[in-house]
Design a protein around this ligand. Structure first.
Ligand SMILES: Nc1ncnc2c1ncn2[C@@H]1O[C@H](COP(=O)(O)OP(=O)(O)OP(=O)(O)O)[C@@H](O)[C@H]1O
Ligand SMILES: [Mg+2]
Length: 256
């Protein structure tokens, strides 16, 4: 089966605080597939997904972003969200004064006076968040609890493409299995896509990813066999891995 592209980025350059962080990046992501994005610290991974989401502070200097064939480069965050694009933060912020239960209802399109359905309650319970519903969102939550709350919010939004910034960082082994299997289940059940930033390989034990991508020196490289990519990165480093894959011409990104 040939998967269509859900997102296409052409020659994208991005400034943050007048500093050029992304330089002429071109890539695309497939529909119905999870992609794992690797890259050294400071290579611009968070900058990339923040730009794709249209967050303030990320200035597109040149290039275009297409989501499901539509040019979204100039669209606001709310418009992108309505089209089905969502992002989970590397460091989910505290939202004082907003109870998690109310935020989850908002994600589901419910009023705060509405009740959760049995199915929704089950999902909240699966994320071990039932006892958190009356607490202010993320206020005093541990690192792992924040990540669980963040991913559940995203799933309740029913997105078409999830941009997940290190959903596994600071997360214990059981919570990692939970978060990763829920992501996998969502992608499988809905045919949506994910771009998952990580520095480790454990998440791939539960997420069946189709591609391993690397952001390196302003270039985006995407290859099949993500687990192999991770092993190569550990052995050869990021540059060594990309150079080796390019030599063998594996993958599709470089051949487009
Ligand atoms: N507001 C800012 N002002 C100046 N430089 C910034 C700002 N935001 C990001 N940068 C710089 O942009 C570069 C890319 O940062 P980014 O957070 O995108 O990296 P990353 O690949 O997500 O790294 P990590 O793996 O550590 O999360 C870094 O050198 C960072 O210091
Ligand atoms: Mg980052």
């Amino acid at each position: 089966m040939i998967n269509m592209d859900i997102l296409e980025v052409r020659d994208l350059s991005v400034n943050v605080e007048d500093k050029l962080i992304l330089k002429n990046i071109t890539f695309s992501l497939k529909e119905g597939v999870s992609h794992i994005l690797f890259g050294p610290n400071g290579s611009g991974k968070t900058t990339l997904i923040s730009t794709l989401m249209g967050l303030p502070g990320y200035e597109v200097v040149s290039g275009k972003i297409f989501f499901m064939g539509e040019d979204i480069t100039q669209k606001g965050v709310d418009e992108r969200a309505k089209l089905g694009l969502v992002v989970s933060f590397q460091n989910p912020p505290e939202i004082t004064g907003v109870r998690l239960g109310d935020l989850l209802k908002l994600c589901l399109g419910k009023a705060s006076t509405d009740e959760f359905t049995e199915e929704e309650q089950k999902q909240i319970e699966a994320f071990k968040l039932t006892s958190f519903l009356n607490r202010e969102t993320n206020v005093g939550f541990s690192g792992g609890e924040r990540k669980r709350s963040e991913i559940l919010q995203l799933i309740f939004l029913k997105p078409k493409l999830m941009l997940l910034d290190e959903p596994d960082s600071g997360v214990d082994v059981e919570s990692l299995r939970l978060i990763a299997s829920e992501i996998q289940h969502y992608v499988e059940a809905t045919g949506s896509s994910a771009l998952i930033i990580t520095h480790k390989g454990d998440i791939m034990e539960h997420v069946k990813a189709g591609y391993g991508c690397i952001l390196l020196q302003g270039q985006f490289h995407c290859f099949t066999e993500p687990m192999g990519i991770y092993e190569d990165i550990k052995k050869l480093g990021y540059e060594g891995c990309v150079a080796c894959r390019m030599r063998t011409r594996e993958g599709w990104q470089s051949e487009q």
